[in-house]
Design a protein around this ligand. Structure first.
Ligand code: BGC
Length: 245
């Protein structure tokens, strides 16, 4: 099936039409800067611009950086606070003029890794984490998603986990990859203890730099970098929309 997958992020809104059988992009990936302030109406207009630019008619799926339950945004950790309680599927569908389905960005990126990435086809328990400005999480078993886990917001080391070891914290505190890797290891140990996955898949920008910190990851659970890289959000959003057809 050909589905438009869209990855809505803090700095860019990226999309392409995906062949959901192969995971290949069938159109060029388009990126439009996220409007600032990124209010619901402004983001919806940018999404429309992206859909129009691609000239797509058909199912559309979006990954969104918040807890999204039954089409409604429930949290706003790293996005404009005006998103809370917005019925995002309704809003996007109305503005775009076509049906748009929306899910948490980490949940959909995890789907891409199960479909075409590091844990392709794996049926056992998998924890996917996307590490960037915040930390997103997704849990899977038997290829099925347990959505909206938000483990990046677990209380950890006196704050929440994403304030301790997100990639943005590494940059802000000017941590080397070794020091940051030690932090990440502590969090991974904790989350592996809670969820007992066979694999932890690390996505987000740090997946490309895995070699720089992998020696610090001493937990017994297997940790692997994501392989769908910056396309995970787009491919996964298309797979998610397919599951909602
Ligand atoms: C948000 C999550 C999101 C993650 C990655 C966190 O701050 O709460 O919903 O999945 O960032 O974007």
């Amino acid at each position: 099936m050909q589905i438009l997958g869209v990855d809505i992020g803090g700095s860019g809104i990226k999309g392409a039409v995906v062949d959901t059988e192969t995971g290949e992009l069938v159109t060029e990936r388009i990126r439009i800067p996220t409007p600032q302030p990124a209010t619901p109406e402004a983001v919806a207009q940018t999404l429309k611009q992206l859909v129009d630019q691609i000239g797509f008619k058909g199912p559309i799926g979006c990954g969104f950086p918040a807890r999204v339950i039954n089409g409604e945004v429930l949290t706003a950790a790293n996005i404009d606070k005006s998103w809370i309680s917005v019925k995002v599927e309704e809003l996007f569908s109305k503005v775009v003029g076509q049906k748009v389905v929306v899910a948490n960005d980490a949940d959909v990126a995890g789907l891409a890794e199960l479909g075409f990435g590091a844990v392709k086809g794996y049926k056992g328990p998998v924890l996917f984490l996307t590490i960037g400005t915040g930390i997103g999480s997704a849990l899977f078993i038997n290829g099925q998603m347990y959505p909206n886990t938000e483990f990046g917001h677990l209380k950890f080391k006196g704050d929440v986990a994403e304030h301790y070891c997100a990639d943005s914290v590494r940059e802000k505190e000017d941590l080397g990859f070794k020091e940051w890797g030690e932090r990440l290891n502590k969090f991974l140990e904790y989350i592996a203890f809670l969820t007992q996955p066979d694999f932890i898949v690390l996505g987000g920008g740090v997946s490309k730099k895995f070699d720089k910190y992998k020696d610090k990851l001493t937990l017994s659970t297997k940790v692997v970098p994501a392989t769908t890289l910056n396309l995970a959000g787009i491919i996964g959003a298309a797979l998610y929309a397919q599951s909602r057809q």
